[in-house]
Design a protein. Structure first.
Length: 154
């Protein structure tokens, strides 16, 4: 008999959360997920707070869960896992199971009703601030027309 292979453990700097069977079609949830993909967790939560879509509630719930997973596990791993230092590495909406129902129609016929569900998966990773390039100063102040102002103090 063949032995079952174990799934490899996730990398030490990734934190995950999943929501299974969210009662909404994947297409509707993807519209909201596209707003926050690749952003910092703090910024993504602010966007979701002000998004008037029903899917924002479920995406925000999964994002908070992943953030709390990072807080609880990141301290053990020696990582800075505050929400302002976490970025969304991957966020995906997959189709879930369809609950199939029937609705009675005229003349003894029926029409199908497909109640769609979806799965939301989030992977967070610590965000590292990019270092300034050597040829550019660390902070630049722009003038009224967008020109760099020489000698301005930040």
């Amino acid at each position: 008999m063949a032995e079952k292979q174990k799934k490899p453990a996730p990398p030490q700097d990734e934190f995950r959360a999943f929501a299974r069977g969210v009662p909404m079609s994947g297409h509707k949830a993807r519209l909201v997920v596209d707003l926050v993909r690749g952003r910092l967790v703090k910024d993504a939560l602010a966007i979701l707070e002000n998004t008037p879509k029903r899917a924002a509630f479920y995406v925000k719930r999964v994002l908070r869960s992943a953030s709390r997973n990072a807080e609880s596990l990141g301290g053990d791993r020696g990582l800075d896992t505050r929400p302002e230092n976490l970025a969304i590495k991957r966020i995906v909406v997959d189709e879930g199971v369809m609950m199939k129902r029937w609705k009675a129609r005229a003349r003894g016929s029926v029409s199908p009703i497909m109640r769609r569900t979806c799965h939301i998966s989030v992977i967070l990773t610590p965000w590292e601030k990019p270092a300034p390039e050597d040829d550019e100063p660390a902070e630049t102040i722009l003038g009224p027309v967008g020109e760099k102002v020489a000698g301005a103090k930040p």
